[in-house]
Design a protein around this ligand. Structure first.
Ligand code: GDP
Ligand code: IMO
Ligand code: MG
Length: 461
C-alpha cells in the first residue's frame, strides 16, 4: 500500500500540502531524493511549517524516512528537527545509511561553480545547498555516506581521500584562497573528522539510522501504508527534465523505487499522484515557453520566449500566490499552464490521479490561458522536445478559457467539487482529459481544509 507524490512541473507545485492532506492515511512518509534544496510548506491551524529535509508527514506525527536517494546535510537536519520541536512537534526521522552526506565543501563548490558559470550567463540558479557537488561525488564513487559517519576509521579514510582533491580543485582550478572563505574548516580533514564523527555518534545514540529498504519492507509487511514524498519536479529531473537547468536527482516516480530500495512493483501497485500548479512558476534559469514575465537578471537567453511581456499579470499572480522561493526567498518566474510539459510529465510518471492547486490564485481574471501545444520549425508538438535548445525555441499556442470569480473558497472546499465555479471546472476537466488522469484534489488555498477532496488514495491502484 503506497502513495507516491510527484511534482509534475518545475517544483513548488504544493507537494507538501498534498502530503499533509493525504498523510492521515499513511503510517510512514519517505523522501526518496533531493536534500535541503526542497522547501515544502504545510499550513495547518494557523501555523505555517516550512520543511526542507524532514518529510512533511512530521506535521501529522508520522514516522519520516530519508531514503538512500537523498543527500543529507546533518546540520540542516538537526536544526530543522529542533525548530519543529519548538513548534510543539516531536519528529521521528530515520536516515538511510546508504544516503550521501552533504559536507561543507559541497556548498562552497556549488557557489563557486555557479559564479564561474554566471560569467557566461550559464548559471543554473541553484539553491546553493551543495546538491550538485554531493551527487557528483556519489556518482564519482568518492562520496561519504551516512553509514560512514558511524565508523570513525572509515570516515577518516574517506575524508583523507576526498578533501585534498577538493582543496586542489578550489585552489588550483578556481584560484580561491581557502583561508579567506567564510568557513575555512570546510577543507580541513581534522576539523571535518571531528564534527562529522560527533554527528555519527549523535545519529547512533538517537537510533536514527536505518537500512531504508529493510525498514520500509518491514513496515509494509506489518500492513503499514507508506507515502513517498517527491521533492522538486519532473521538469528539473536530471534525466527527464530540461538539462542542464535541473537538479541532480530523480524526482520522477521511478526515483521512488531506486531512492528507497523498494521494488518498482511496489510503487506501481500503489498510486502515483501528480501535483500540478494551476499555472506555472520557476525559480532558476532555463526556458519557459508560456512565460508571462520573468524577474530581473534571469535567463537572458530565454527572455524572448512566451509573451514575456506581460509583467503586470505576472506580478499580479506572483503577489496573489505568494510566489517567492521557500528556501531562498527568490521571486519566482510566472507563466501560464503548459500542456506539452504536462503531457511529457504524465508519460514519464504514469499518474493515477492529479491534485491541481492554486485555482483560487487565478480567480478574478477575465480570461485564463493554457499553452495547448508548441510550434517548432513549422510543426505542431504536443509534448516537450528532449533537448533544452529545442525547447527554448518552442512557441506556445494558447487555448483561452473564461475566468472565474473569487468566491468563499473555504465554503467551496467544504461543499465539494460541484461547488467550484463552472468555468474553473471546465479548466480542470480539460487538464484531466488531456492527461487521461482523474482529479483527486483541487487546491483552493494553502491550508489543509482549503482543498476540495474528490478522491482519497487508498494506496492501491
Ligand atoms: P512544494 O515545494 O511543492 O511543497 O510547494 P511550496 O511549499 O514550495 O510552494 C507552494 C506554496 O503555495 C506554499 O506557500 C503553499 O502553502 C501554497 N499553496 C499550496 N496549495 C495552494 C493552493 O491551492 N492555493 C494557494 N493559494 N496556495 C497554495
Ligand atoms: P521543491 O521540493 C523549485 C531548482 C533550483 C535550480 C535547480 C537546481 O520545494 O519543489 P539545486 O539546488 O537543486 O542544485 O538547483 O533546481 N530547484 C527547485 N525549484 N522547487 C524546488 O524544490 C527546487 N529545488 C531545486 O532553483 O533551478
Ligand atoms: Mg517548494
Amino acid at each position: 500500500m503506497t502513495v507516491t507524490i510527484v511534482g509534475a512541473q518545475l517544483g513548488d507545485e504544493g507537494k507538501g500540502g498534498v502530503v499533509d492532506l493525504y498523510g492521515d492515511t499513511a503510517d510512514v512518509v519517505a523522501r526518496y531524493q533531493g536534500g535541503d534544496n526542497a522547501g515544502h510548506t504545510v499550513v495547518h491551524d494557523g501555523e505555517k511549517y516550512k520543511l526542507s529535509l524532514v518529510p512533511s508527514g512530521a506535521v501529522r506525527g508520522k514516522v519520516g524516512v530519508l531514503g538512500n536517494g537523498c543527500v543529507i546535510n546533518p546540520r540542516t537536519l538537526f536544526d530543522e528537527i529542533e525548530s519543529l520541536r519548538e513548534k510543539g512537534l516531536d519528529p521521528d526521522v530515520r536516515v538511510a545509511e546508504r544516503a550521501h552526506v552533504i559536507l561543507p565543501f559541497h556548498r562552497v563548490l556549488d557557489g563557486i561553480e555557479e559564479d564561474v558559470k554566471s560569467e557566461d550567463d550559464q548559471e543554473v540558479g541553484t539553491t546553493g545547498r551543495g546538491i550538485g557537488p554531493t551527487y557528483e561525488d556519489k556518482a564519482g564513487r568518492r562520496g561519504v555516506r551516512v553509514g560512514d559517519l558511524l565508523d570513525p576509521d572509515v570516515l577518516r579514510d574517506r575524508l583523507e581521500y576526498v578533501v585534498p582533491q577538493k582543496r586542489a580543485l578550489i585552489e588550483d582550478v578556481y584560484g580561491a584562497d581557502v583561508s579567506e572563505l567564510d568557513d575555512p574548516d570546510a577543507f580541513d580533514v581534522d576539523a571535518l573528522f571531528e564534527e562529522y564523527r560527533e554527528i555519527g555518534e549523535r545519529l547512533a545514540e538517537q537510533n536514527m539510522t536505518v537500512n531504508a529498504s529493510a525498514f520500509l519492507t518491514d513496515a509494509m509487511a506489518e500492513g503499514k501504508t507508506v507515502m513517498f514524498e517527491g521533492a522538486q519536479g519532473t521538469i528539473i529531473d536530471i534525466d527527464h527534465g530540461n538539462y542542464p537547468y535541473v537538479t541532480s536527482s530523480n524526482p520522477t516516480a521511478g526515483g521512488a523505487a531506486v531512492g528507497t530500495g523498494l521494488s518498482p512493483n511496489v510503487i506501481a501497485d500503489g498510486e502515483i499522484i501528480g501535483i500540478v500548479k494551476g499555472y506555472l512558476t520557476r525559480v532558476g534559469s532555463g526556458p519557459l515557453p508560456t512565460e508571462l514575465g520573468g524577474v530581473e537578471g534571469d535567463t537572458p537567453d530565454y527572455d524572448e520566449q512566451g509573451d514575456g511581456e506581460n509583467e503586470e499579470l505576472a506580478t499580479y499572480i506572483r503577489e496573489e500566490g505568494g510566489e517567492y522561493g521557500t528556501v531562498t526567498g527568490r521571486p519566482r518566474r510566472v507563466g501560464w499552464l503548459d500542456m506539452p510539459m504536462l503531457r511529457h510529465s504524465a508519460r514519464v510518471n504514469g499518474f493515477t490521479g492529479l491534485a491541481i492547486n492554486h485555482i483560487d490564485v487565478l480567480a478574478g481574471l477575465d480570461e485564463v490561458k493554457i499553452g495547448h501545444s508548441y510550434e517548432l520549425d513549422g510543426e505542431e508538438l504536443l509534448a516537450m522536445p528532449p533537448t533544452t535548445e529545442e525547447w527554448g525555441r518552442c512557441e506556445a499556442t494558447f487555448k483561452t478559457f473564461d475566468g472565474w470569480d473569487d468566491v468563499d473558497w473555504a465554503a467551496v472546499a467544504e461543499e465539494g467539487y460541484d461547488a467550484i465555479p463552472e468555468n474553473a471546472r471546465t479548466y480542470l476537466e480539460y487538464i484531466s482529459d488531456e492527461l487521461d488522469a482523474p482529479i483527486y484534489a483541487v487546491g483552493v488555498g494553502p491550508g489543509r481544509e482549503e482543498t476540495v477532496v474528490v478522491e482519497t488514495p487508498t494506496g492501491a491502484a
